[in-house]
Design a protein around this ligand. Structure first.
Ligand code: ZN
Ligand code: ZN
Length: 295
């Protein structure tokens, strides 16, 4: 039984098309993302209740001695794949004025996220890359999105989370700031995705990042999923759906906005973002911090 039913997905990347161009997705234009207001997230506690109820009834035995160990033994770990967006070989156009490279920011955040998640029990964490190189050595470039999501698919991931940073003009001084989370339009994933996305947004807001919203962005020209819903705009999300797992994109901050740029230049803040993401994910899946005795 899985307490995993994921909700979320990873979104993909491409930012808004803006200058950051993005991992090979030629469609990465930004415009209108349909806002999914945060008020959808009232039911967060529901999933927790379900999870704990299942855990209790699942181990059929009622003897006092078995209870604790059985619950743990029977729960498969949640598999989370973290995808630090872009890499040094492709995928990002970084304006020299900004003083930051998106692929490096994303990696620092993702590594902190991984480290924090590993402090929880019941979760296995994987990374699509742990350094600057492209995860797809053979193709690089635009194929690397497929490689990244395919990695999650091969692992039977419960959730694929792509971590990014944003931009509008690409020139230091831009007005727009804050965090955006993109989740899937696939019907089985949308509500749960919004729930998790809101939790991520709330945690990042504690770091003085403006919570812009949780969005679903679709592209009619890509066609429909098997459930009839319109495909997601981002390939990081639509490939995830096709791979059988949700995908989510977190655009942490705007590199070209002075307020956000200052935060992004502070490594402690970057790590705090990763920790915030991890704690949101852990909270969504109702994970508990490891006790000292369990490694
Ligand atoms: Zn690449
Ligand atoms: Zn990006």
């Amino acid at each position: 039984m899985k307490q995993r039913k994921p909700g979320c997905y990873i979104a993909a990347v491409l930012l808004a098309g803006l200058m950051l161009g993005g991992c090979g997705n030629p469609n990465a234009k930004a415009n209108t993302a349909e806002s999914v207001s945060a008020s959808d997230s009232e039911t967060v506690s529901e999933s927790e209740e379900i999870v704990s109820a299942e855990a209790e009834t699942e181990n059929g035995f009622e003897t006092e001695t078995e209870t604790e160990t059985e619950i743990e033994a029977e729960t498969d770990p949640i598999v989370i794949v973290l995808d630090p967006g872009h890499d040094s070989e492709y995928c990002t156009r970084n304006h020299p004025d900004l003083g930051v490279n998106e692929q490096d920011l994303n990696l620092t955040i993702a590594l902190a996220c991984r480290d924090r998640l590993q402090q929880y029990q019941g979760v296995d964490v994987y990374m699509t890359r742990e350094d600057g190189s492209c995860p797809d050595a053979e193709h690089q470039g635009e194929y690397c999105i497929e490689k990244r999501t395919g990695y999650a698919t091969d692992l039977g991931a419960d959730l694929f989370v792509s971590l990014h940073n944003n931009g509008t003009t690409g020139v230091y001084g831009a007005e727009v700031n804050g965090t955006e989370v993109y989740v899937s339009n696939y019907s089985a994933y949308t509500e749960e995705g919004k729930k998790l996305g809101q939790m991520v947004l709330d945690n990042l807001a504690q770091l003085d990042l403006n919570p812009r919203g949780v969005f679903v962005r679709t592209k009619e020209e890509k066609g429909h999923y098997d459930d009839g819903s319109v495909q997601d705009w981002y390939y990081l999300i639509s490939y995830s759906v096709e791979g059988g797992h949700p995908g989510m994109i977190i655009e942490h901050a705007y590199m070209d906005n002075p307020h956000d740029n200052a935060i992004l230049k502070d490594e402690a803040q970057l790590k705090a973002m990763g920790t915030a993401d991890a704690d949101a994910i852990a909270s969504y899946y109702n994970l508990q911090i490891k006790t000292k005795t369990e490694n």
